[in-house]
Write a protein that binds this ligand. Structure first.
Ligand code: SF4
Ligand code: SF4
Length: 384
């Protein structure tokens, strides 16, 4: 009788879970040299690829959960290895097949998403409560745009300002938009990267059915994570919609002369823009957020030393937004330090995860009196 060696079985599990790209790796090590974790701790990306090829993956290692899916390594890999797919496959082997232990914080978020449809575990019927006093219509089949704010601005008391600012702008401009019913669920992008494929598939089917039944054609989103999955992952599962990030939509309105920004939001305030990984490296959107910021009176746009394709992640991708990162290893702290060194007054963000992480960093670093964190939609709402 032929039996597979444990090593071959481990490789097979990873390949079956979507880790096929690992076959291309020829062990040059550029990924390890690129990965931002190695500025704060050791994270041997090349070795993880090699162990996956050999069937020697340690499924119990904390390294399984370390990657923030920022795509910096993929951008540099000379063999085009989709390293994030391999990381995701290893996580799937742990989460779906029980080959290791899912960290507690991630397990709780996954349970909340599977049960309540959002990572916070709030009641689904409260999803649109942020808009109660804003006269936002429900989406109907004739409505032009579905606005989908993401779970964080929908539920987090401090980040609701992002959804509220967006709705305020749309209301002032008379945009024909609406909110979908409270049957909407998390887009699923991060929980998929955290290895929970079954949960992702169930969220997608719920949302596609909901959007299709309601006649949705165009979705404007506040989160680059919703953007990424709606645009790049939903289509192959049957959900084809036009998807725009709010920065793309607002920049197009400025270009068409429909959005005029005339109120000063400060006097020569220096604003620094932090490219979110899922808007920038994952989807190539770099110019629109900058165009908007340059159109706001009273702001002067400055740049991080590493911006655009080289931008440092906030630390929140790949499900790490739900996990604790020890002080001294937080990318968002490093980003705030960089922003201070550049002389910025405001860190402008275009992602709810960046918002959460930078806000926490500014507070924990005692910088809240001198550094503001604002979503671009908030700055636009102030400037109308
Ligand atoms: S950069 Fe690409 S080819 Fe080189 S070790 Fe990393 S994954 Fe392998
Ligand atoms: S995606 Fe980012 S965090 Fe993950 S291994 Fe690559 S460089 Fe490191």
């Amino acid at each position: 009788m032929n039996t597979l060696s444990p090593y071959k079985e481990a490789t097979e599990v990873i390949l079956q879970a979507g880790g096929e790209p690992v076959k291309l790796c020829y062990q040059c090590g550029l990924c390890t040299g690129t990965c931002p974790w190695n500025t704060v701790r050791s994270f041997m990306v090349r070795r993880i690829m090699h162990e996956a090829q050999l069937g020697a993956t340690d499924f119990g290692s904390e390294d399984v959960w370390t990657c923030v899916t920022c795509r910096a390594c993929v951008q540099r890999c000379p063999r085009g290895v989709e390293i994030i797919d391999v990381m995701r496959a290893i996580r799937r082997a742990v989460a779906s097949l029980g080959l290791g232990i899912v960290p507690d914080a991630l397990r709780i978020s996954a349970k909340n998403i599977a049960g309540a449809g959002n990572p916070i575990g709030e009641a689904p019927e409260k999803r649109n409560d942020w808009a109660k006093d804003l006269k936002v219509r429900s989406f109907a089949s004739s409505t032009e745009i579905l606005y989908f704010p993401c779970c964080v601005p929908s539920y987090d008391p401090d980040v609701k300002t992002v959804a509220r600012a967006t709705a305020t702008i749309f209301n002032k401009l008379g945009i024909d938009y609406g909110l979908i019913g409270t049957q909407a669920r998390c887009c699923g992008e991060s929980i998929r990267k955290a290895g929970h494929e079954d949960t992702f598939q169930s969220l997608v089917q719920n949302n596609i059915n909901l959007f299709t039944t309601n006649g949705v054609k165009t979705i404007v989103v506040s989160s680059p994570h919703c953007y990424h999955t709606f645009k790049n992952e939903y289509p192959e599962l049957g959900g084809k919609f036009e998807v725009l990030h709010t920065t793309q939509y607002l920049a197009s309105l400025i270009e068409q002369g429909k959005l005029k920004l005339s109120r000063r939001v400060g006097i020569n305030k220096k604003v620094i823009y932090s490219d979110p990984c899922y808007l920038g490296r994952h989807n190539g959107i770099y110019n629109e957020p900058r165009k908007i910021l340059q159109s706001i009176p009273g702001l002067k746009l400055i740049e991080f030393p590493d911006a655009r394709e080289d931008a440092l992640c906030c630390g929140g991708g790949g499900g790490r937004i739900w996990m604790d990162t020890p002080k001294g290893q937080r990318f968002s702290d490093m980003r705030v330090e960089q922003a201070v060194a550049q002389g910025a007054d405001i860190i402008a963000v275009a992602c709810p995860y960046c918002f959460l992480n930078y806000r926490d960093s500014v507070l924990s670093m005692g910088k809240a009196d001198t550094m503001q964190v604002k979503d671009i939609s908030e700055l636009v709402a102030e400037a109308i």
